[in-house]
Design a protein around this ligand. Structure first.
Ligand SMILES: [Zn+2]
Length: 328
């Protein structure tokens, strides 16, 4: 009786084993077993991960194009809210879409083409401080990278925006090791001990997003790319700030206690650390090195939307009068 049962068991493994290995939008991993790692993301139904405008990329600073744009205008980022912190199996993520009243974390300016609303932010980090960020600058990795994900309010929701090129704007920040703890990160990391298990969440009261941001948002890189997780939709206007958020090694060690939902070849659960995607080809894309300028768009240029500036308006009026004179 023993042998037939074993044969039956073997037969069932052979029949169902391959089906379990198929990668889906729910079981992808960074380096897990069973054909779920990055190499297979392109095989997920509806995936864009094999496209030509993917993220992250290495930014080669000497190849960037220098331009000026208006400064970022952050609306309500200094509002204190109750947020939800989640171990989503791939990253430590903070939902920030719930705000009392009619308020939202909205961003305009910075060369963005409308109003973009924050829905969540999350962290990519490494198993040691030599790695962790998704983007690299001249080949160098930072120990972590924070992404604030916004959608264009021209769309009704983030799920609509993600179907349209330019529908998503991610503000990306590199984290850099500092001797001292960053007290603005403590409120998030204090939750981590309750979030070691994947797919768990905690409520976090009294959170203020602006406390996390570096002092200057006036220098940044800009390019068009993709989500860095499946389905890798090529809809993201990327902003990567030059000024960094500081974090201590003690604080980085707390992130390294989190577990992911991936399983390794030996069948063990894997830690969340090293949740960064491989560098993708830049292809023919232009990377801009942007400096924010308070006067951007205020001086008379042929392409400026002249209505905002008196000198520009006068030039348009002059041109109109000249044209009228020539015509009549
Ligand atoms: Zn991210």
């Amino acid at each position: 009786m023993k042998t037939p049962f074993s044969v039956l068991l073997l037969a069932s493994v052979l029949c169902f084993g391959p089906a379990l290995a198929i990668i889906t939008k729910n079981n992808w991993s960074y380096a897990g077993a069973g054909d779920t790692d990055q190499e297979f993301w392109k095989d997920i139904d509806g995936s864009f991960c094999d496209g030509s405008s993917q993220s992250p990329i290495n930014i080669v600073t000497k190849w960037t194009r220098e331009i000026e744009r208006a400064p970022f205008n952050l609306q309500s980022y200094d509002t204190t809210i109750d947020a939800t912190v989640e171990n989503n199996g791939h990253a430590l993520e903070i939902e920030v879409s719930k705000m009392p009243g009619e308020g939202h974390y909205d961003v305009t300016g910075g060369g963005l083409s409308g109003t973009f609303r924050a829905v969540q932010f999350h962290f990519h980090f490494g198993s040691n401080s030599m790695q962790g960020s998704e983007h690299t600058i001249d080949g160098e990795r930072y120990p972590a990278e924070m992404h604030i994900v916004h959608y264009d309010t021209a769309y009704s929701s983030v799920s609509e925006a993600v179907k349209n090129k330019g529908g998503i704007a991610v503000l990306g920040f590199f984290l850099e090791v500092d001797d001292d703890d960053n007290s603005a990160l403590d409120i998030i990391l204090d939750q981590a001990s309750n979030l070691m298990r994947p797919h768990t969440h905690q409520e976090m009261a009294g959170f203020t997003l602006s406390n996390l941001l570096p002092s200057s948002l006036d220098k940044f890189w800009r390019y068009d790319g993709s989500l860095t997780t499946p389905l890798c939709n090529e809809v993201v206007t990327w902003t990567l700030f030059e000024d960094t958020i500081k974090i201590s090694n003690n604080q980085l060690n707390i992130t390294r206690t989190l577990m992911s939902d991936a399983i390794d070849e030996a069948g063990y659960e894997m830690p969340m650390e090293n949740n960064f995607r491989d560098i993708q080809s830049r292809g023919i894309r232009t990377i801009y090195a942007v400096t924010a300028d308070d006067d951007y768009g205020m001086s008379p240029t042929p392409t400026a939307s002249a209505g905002k500036s008196a000198p520009g308006a006068m030039i348009v009026l002059d041109a109109f009068l000249v044209a009228m004179a020539l015509r009549f």
